[in-house]
Design a protein around this ligand. Structure first.
Ligand code: UT7
Length: 330
């Protein structure tokens, strides 16, 4: 029994935040943003639209494309760093309620941008150990709610959105989630951090005044470690599975920065036509980034049943991960 990637869905909020909009908010320029990041646009959720709403809409699409009934879902895993509530209830429980599903496990995981790949690995383990049959894995973010729109070093990067997948089972290895590797190194925690709001720095007038509940990033340091780690992780997973870049149909990296993606792609000599790029239109949507990118290619007809996807992700924690996944959707 192998885990199998049965469907992908996504939801992109309607409202756009362009580089020209950001030029009016902070000291930046379209030229700088495009040159340093590749980003031209991001989508921003409405004030009354929260992470679970984005996730719910993406999940409806994934469930319908998988051709299963909601009652057949055994577990809901939601990866997010922008949950509806800080502690409880989990966003996954709220999504379950919106979907009209109850009496199954539903929980969030916090692994920043790597969350979706972490979730896939958990789903794989649940299915291969025959504990559950169908798992809804979601990456969903309303990062605009934790972005400081006075900080030009971060506010140009992030956007909102959600992606969701149904993971089921197969006895055909060529339709399976072949391998996933996930990892972390907590010593870099302070390079990408929301300093306040947790028990270490509970929210107070002072933390609000100092804008400490927003994401802070030492971008340049993160950049260098990201390139190194992403490249190594891909080399390792390909070698472990006796595969080369030529065996891969689609390289789907975390969409943080075009320069990071290009740097990793060049080092690995991947074909640009096989490299999925959505950072220019969605920005960095953290845990939603990989499933949104995947959905984009799927809706363009470029992701087909039997395609071997190579996933590669990196984020706060630091966390990272890679995956070799056959797409088994219709
Ligand atoms: O998703 C999790 C992982 N996240 C990432 O992988 C993000 C990684 N980091 C990055 O993508 C890049 O580091 C950034 C896009 C955030 C920054 O690009 P950079 O090339 O590393 O720029 P930098 O931070 O070294 O800053 C260079 C200059 C600085 O000015 P000085 O000190 O040279 O005068 C910054 O103050 O650019 C300045 N700068 C800006 N200028 C115009 C920083 N942000 C901006 C801005 N507009 N938005």
């Amino acid at each position: 029994m192998y885990a199998s990637f049965l469907s992908i869905g996504a939801y992109v909020p309607k409202k756009c935040l362009t580089n020209n909009d950001l030029e009016k908010m902070v000291d930046t320029s379209d030229e700088w943003i495009v040159q340093r990041t590749g980003i031209k646009n991001r989508h921003i959720a409405d004030d009354d639209e929260v992470t679970s709403d984005l996730a719910y809409k993406a999940s409806e699409v994934a469930i319908s494309r998988a051709g299963i009934k909601k009652e057949e879902i055994d577990v809901i895993i939601c990866a997010t760093i922008s949950p509806d509530y800080l502690c409880m209830p989990s966003t996954a429980c709220i999504i379950a309620d919106k979907l009209g599903i109850k009496n199954i496990p539903a929980f969030d995981i916090s692994a920043a941008c790597s969350g979706f790949v972490y979730g896939l690995n958990m789903a794989k383990a649940f299915i291969e150990s025959k504990i559950y049959k169908n798992i809804l894995v979601i990456g969903a973010e309303k990062l605009s709610a934790i972005t400081d729109y006075t900080d030009r070093g971060t506010c140009i990067l992030f956007g909102d959105g959600a992606g969701a997948a149904i993971i089921g089972s197969t006895d055909d290895k060529s339709k399976s989630i072949l391998d996933i590797h996930i990892s972390s190194d907590g010593k870099y925690g302070d390079l990408l951090i929301t300093p306040a709001g947790g028990v270490k720095n509970p929210s107070s007038l002072e933390t609000v005044e100092n804008r400490l509940s927003f994401m802070k990033m030492k971008g340049n340091d993160v950049f260098k470690i990201a390139v190194r780690t992403l490249t190594k992780d891909v080399k390792d997973i390909l070698a472990k599975n006796s595969l080369t870049g030529d065996d891969i149909d689609l390289f789907i990296p975390h969409q943080a920065n075009y320069r990071i993606i290009e740097s990793v792609r060049n080092k690995l000599k991947f074909d640009p036509n096989k490299t999925v790029l959505t950072v220019q239109k969605y920005g960095n949507t953290s845990a939603a980034s990989i499933p949104m990118a995947m959905n984009d290619w799927y809706e363009k007809g470029k992701l087909k049943n039997g395609n071997l996807m190579l996933l590669d992700t990196f984020g706060g924690g630091f966390t990272w991960g890679s995956g070799l996944v056959y797409f088994n959707g219709k």
